[in-house]
Design a protein around this ligand. Structure first.
Ligand code: PHE
Length: 356
């Protein structure tokens, strides 16, 4: 091969530029790149030939070859960007969805627990609450200590706690740790609900080792028990879609003071339960004013801020509202049960059109 001259390079450049422009796919373009600039590519071989040239030739051909290499690399990059943009446009054009198509009949149903959580979120968001979340796997601090269960406190044992193998972490026994996480990460005013799974080592007709709670927390200035009662009474009437008679009974929780349980009036009519009338009372939630020790554990000054909290069992409320006799059926995963008790996934709970 005779030594190339700068004018030879012009011919090479014109040819390769043409190939670049003619590449219609990324693969074709890459083949052009390899043939020109790859390890054994045309330009690379010419550069290797510089070693055999005289000093004068080198002075001319060295910069010329480098310039050619830079120029072609630039052209390849530009063409690559064009082809990529074209591929994206084509993908976007072919992946459109016709939103006017009918969806047909959905085969699945919404689990009653999901439905009830949805209903609760609708009711509480109308009252200005937002939804907060926390992890199912908790540490001792959030699940117990910060909630005013000191180490060794007997109320810890009543929680039938599942411990992880490290002996430190637990499956949360209630949604109350979300109170702590919220107070530590946000400043008042706070108005949240926290729906989620909770776990206790317990199983019979009215207990399952995994169950669901919705926690509520309100923190602000001059919050008192009247606010707590008003919110919960409004909630049950909206939830059961009828006037519900409630009563508050004194109770004890380490993290609230005073504490109460709220019962709803009901009567049994054969197998079914009627809420709102009758002489029997059913407990549906625990509540109270947030204990000063809990506020302090979250760096809030109890002289400045007060608040209330509540926690209710979602599964039990679902059973009451939709007349399911056995809690365990809820988590058995039997499609016949779901077909019977499930809800249409296309109907959204709303206060205007009805919750269910
Ligand atoms: N965490 C309590 C329980 O699981 C319920 C509760 C929540 C009580 C908030 C008072 C305030 O039993």
């Amino acid at each position: 091969m005779s030594t190339p001259t700068p004018s030879d390079l012009d011919t090479v450049k014109a040819r390769i530029s043409e190939q670049i422009a003619a590449s219609e796919t990324l693969a074709a373009l890459d083949a052009v790149r390899v043939a020109a600039l790859g390890k054994k590519g045309e330009i690379s071989l010419m550069m290797r030939g510089l070693g055999k040239m005289s000093a004068d030739e080198k002075k001319v051909m060295g910069p010329a070859l480098n310039g050619l290499k830079t120029e072609l690399s630039g052209q390849i990059e530009t063409r690559k960007a064009e082809l990529e943009a074209r591929a994206l446009d084509a993908a976007l054009a072919s992946e459109t969805m016709d939103m006017s198509l009918p969806v047909g009949r959905p085969t699945g149903t919404l689990h009653p627990v999901s439905q009830v959580m949805e209903e609760m979120a609708v009711i509480f968001s109308d009252m200005g609450f937002s939804v907060a979340e926390g992890p199912d796997i908790e540490d001792d601090f959030h699940n117990f200590t910060a909630l005013n269960f000191p180490p060794g406190h007997p109320a810890r044992d009543m929680h039938d706690t599942f411990f992880l193998n490290d002996g430190e972490r637990v499956l949360r026994t209630h949604t109350s740790p979300v109170q702590i996480r919220t107070m530590m990460s946000k400043s008042p005013p706070i108005r949240i609900i926290a729906p989620g799974r909770t776990y206790r080592s317990d199983s019979d007709q009215t207990h399952t080792p995994m169950f669901h709670q919705v926690e509520g927390l309100v923190i602000g200035r001059d919050i008192h028990m009247g606010h707590l009662k008003g919110v919960l009474m409004d909630f049950v009437s909206a939830f059961f879609e009828t006037d519900v008679d409630v009563r508050f009974r004194p109770h004890h929780f380490p993290f609230t003071e005073p504490s109460a349980e709220m019962d709803v009036r009901y009567t049994r009519d054969g197998d079914s339960i009627k809420i709102g009338a009758g002489d029997s009372w059913m407990e549906i939630l625990g509540c109270g004013m947030v204990h000063p020790n809990v506020l302090e554990a979250c760096n809030l000054d109890p002289e400045e801020y007060q608040g209330f909290a509540f926690g209710m069992g979602v599964d039990r409320l679902a059973m009451l509202k939709y007349g399911m006799p056995d809690l365990r059926d809820m988590f058995a995963g039997d499609p016949r049960w779901l077909a019977h008790y499930g809800f249409s996934p296309l109907l959204q709970a709303s206060l205007e059109s009805g919750l269910s």
